[in-house]
Design a protein around this ligand. Structure first.
Ligand code: ATP
Length: 245
């Protein structure tokens, strides 16, 4: 069986009120794509931030393939990990090239940056054509490619993608999904947070569906039906009794 790059064990995160994550166990298989699905507010980004090391769980542990606890400094992404955040968070006034370079900021040896950037431009030709353009002037899909490219500039062992197809038309979402498939085909460990179950299940080996901070279901992605997942786990607000304003 393939080993896990990282695992969450009994992880709970409380921001103050009820827990955003409630004692979850989650395995991220090395060299594969793991999908984390769920409706708005299910806890997907919280899980991703815990995996990244940005957020310290209120309870529970994060362990590596040997079972050793992985420690991090709160607020700082762990070495070897890169994230493309929800909403892309590009610097709109800066050029595409400048945004990409920011991805490699703080890496010890800046020289390979040029090679890595060339690789990213090869991967995303539409982005390459717009390299000197302000990132804010690009289309949503192109901006998403820059955000993924910026994460790849860190040359991560673990790539975290938070809702990469959010707000994109189905056609453009398909293009972005194909690119993620190509990136993952190189054996990179990827965690893909998505609301689009069909896209995520097509890309992932294993999937977890979060429902109000708990795992509603998990399993091999090929055994899961996106429509059933949507109907069963996305439609209902299982946080029974919770009031939303
Ligand atoms: P979305 O798809 O809308 O981004 P999500 O599944 O990623 O949702 P999270 O962003 O992890 O969900 O949020 C889970 C719960 O924790 C929500 O109820 C949210 O309001 C709450 N939450 C998230 N971040 C904070 C925070 N910094 N402070 C307080 N509550 C938070």
């Amino acid at each position: 069986m393939a080993s896990n790059a990282i695992s969450l064990r009994g992880v709970t995160v409380s921001y103050g009120q009820g827990p955003a994550l409630d004692g979850i166990d989650l395995d991220i298989a090395a060299g594969a794509t793991t999908a984390v699905l769920g409706a708005n507010g299910a806890g997907k980004t919280t899980a991703l931030n815990v995996i990244a090391g940005i957020l310290k769980p209120t309870a529970g542990r994060i362990v590596d393939s040997t079972g050793a606890e992985v420690k991090g400094r709160t607020g700082i992404i762990r070495p070897g990990v890169a994230m493309s955040p929800e909403g892309r968070k590009l610097f709109g006034q800066m050029t595409v090239e400048e945004n990409l370079l920011l991805g490699a900021y703080g890496l010890r040896d800046p020289r390979p940056n040029k090679d890595k950037m060339a690789e990213i431009f090869d991967m995303f030709p539409r982005v390459a054509e717009r390299r000197r353009q302000a990132a804010g002037t690009l289309s949503g899909g192109e901006q998403q490619m820059v955000a993924i490219g910026r994460a790849l500039m860190r040359e991560p062992d673990l790539l975290l993608l938070d809702e990469p197809t959010l707000g994109l038309s189905p056609r453009i979402a398909g293009i972005v999904a194909d690119m993620i498939a190509r990136i993952a085909a190189d054996g990179l460990t990827v965690v893909l947070v998505e609301q689009d179950a069909a896209v995520a299940l097509a890309l992932a080996k294993r999937a977890y569906v979060l429902v109000n901070g708990r795992i509603g279901i998990s399993g091999e992605a090929r055994d899961m039906d996106p429509r059933e997942i949507l109907n069963t786990y996305f439609e209902t607000d299982a946080r029974s009794g919770a009031q939303t304003t």
